[in-house]
Design a protein. Sequence first.
Lengths: 217, 296
Amino acid sequence: MIKGDLFRSINEAIVAGDKGAAVALATEAVRSGVDLLEVIEKGYVPGLQKVGELWEQGDYFLPELISSAEAMKAAMGVLEPALDRNKIETWTGGKVVIGTVEGDIHDIGKNLVASMLQAGGFEVFDLGADVKLERFVEKAEAVGAGIICLSALLTTTMTNQRRLIGLLRDKGLRDKYKVLVGGAPASRKWADEIGADGYAENAVAAVKLARTMIGQG
Amino acid sequence: MTLPLLALVKTRTVLLDGAMGTELMARGLAQGTAPEAWNVERPDVVKEIHREYFAAGADVVSTNSFGGSALKLAGHGLGDRTYELNLAAARLAREIAPAGRYVAGSMGPTGKFLKPQGEFTEEDFAAAYAEQARGLADGGADVLLIETQYDLREALTAVRGARSASSLPVFVTMTFNSFPRGFFTLMGDTVVRSAAELEKEGVGAVGANCTLNSEQMVGCVRALREATALPIIAQANAGQPVIGPDGRVGYSQGLEDYVRFVPEIVRSGAGFVGGCCGTNPAFIRAMARKLREESS
């Protein structure tokens, strides 16, 4: 398959959320010896971007978004072992620790953001829901994360997003991490007010924001 | 004898209640505590809230069991107390309901996904809802209100679960987002498809709640009216949560602005109206006044 066709097919497989095709095309790319970073950047990433656009304009919904993210992740599972080390670093966005803050068991939005971040090239450490604030810091320290993402669905638990920033400050670690907040009651204004580094309204915006944070936006 | 709710709604607009969770928190429910636990631990507080809604003019109060499905309670380690907590929820409301008023057994979403997006089967969901429905029915609920559903498949499964455990009428509200192309759930279910499938499943009433503010709800009720002949339920949010200058959380749509759209919601076809997030007994009192003005 010539390169342009390969990229187009990959693009279509991701937009269709076709995991089988996305993996088969990744396997073919590895076998054919084309530049795999180019395959990711010109085939897979634009596909995922297209999915994000379709979602933001209300043509795609959660099932489509999840299918495409799953297809993307499966394909990356084939491509990444074959990429050489420095090219992996070019592609990956670094490490992200994510979770729903303590007192809050809602995780649909958080799971979606985690999934999209992973599909978007980040190494994601998902701590789950109702996560003690100390756990975020411990995990971020342990894995050497650059970004901490905090989700909250309740107006009563979103205040824990503010508390985490205070906790980082108390530990003298505030400047070490980019703290991003999300969830139904959060807003840009809220993020500014509590001194977070950013707010994203949805999972697609979260990936863009995280890219910006690491200087790849 | 009290008229069944579905008969009452043929004669006039029926007023539901408003938010429960925020009322509990205002009375000291701690972060991370399952609100349903208070049906047993602080029953007087729960009863006081129901009493306030009835006093405000609500014909129907919803039990404190929104997160009371076995799957949701399991997230708090209370899965094995599903029947007990739901039984208590319905009993509390029943005990203080004045003659001629009603109790709706609230059943919110599991917060989980069915396969392939999640790990659960329809049988798992149906069982989780059935256990809840059994408690609510035994506790004396008049109807089961399956609320705030973002996935039509889950809603249909919930209806089947409720049916397997009880012969009470089942009402369903879905939560829709407003898009340029119309109203859709998180999973992409349209108003038309939701209404049609739920009607086929034999529910007594369908509607929309949460997410939309009262102005947006007008359009959603219109869309529902075109889609079904069933009685329609509308319970809008008071806008979006916002942080006030004092750092406290409020909602973007004030009481006056919220109730301004109530007559239009009714005229658009809603037979059951009430509130959702950001509303309280004062909103319901103001809605009762609007409804009286409308009918006089």
